[in-house]
Design a protein around this ligand. Structure first.
Ligand SMILES: [Zn+2]
Length: 48
C-alpha cells in the first residue's frame, strides 16, 4: 500500500496505484506523488 500526497492541497490517499485525481481538490493525477515512509535524517546537511 502506498500513501499518495496531493502537491496541490496536501490531501493524503492510501491506494495501491496512483489515483487518477485528488478526491479532495480534484487535481490531476500528476499532482499525486508517493509519500516517503522513511524520511532521511539531515545526512546531506551534515557533510562537511
Ligand atoms: Zn488535492
Amino acid at each position: 500500500m502506498t500513501t499518495w500526497v496531493c502537491t496541490k492541497c496536501g490531501f493524503e490517499v492510501k491506494a495501491e496505484q496512483q489515483p487518477a485525481l485528488c478526491p479532495f481538490c480534484y487535481a490531476p493525477t500528476h499532482h499525486m506523488i508517493p509519500k516517503k515512509e522513511t524520511e532521511p535524517a539531515d545526512e546531506d546537511a551534515k557533510k562537511d
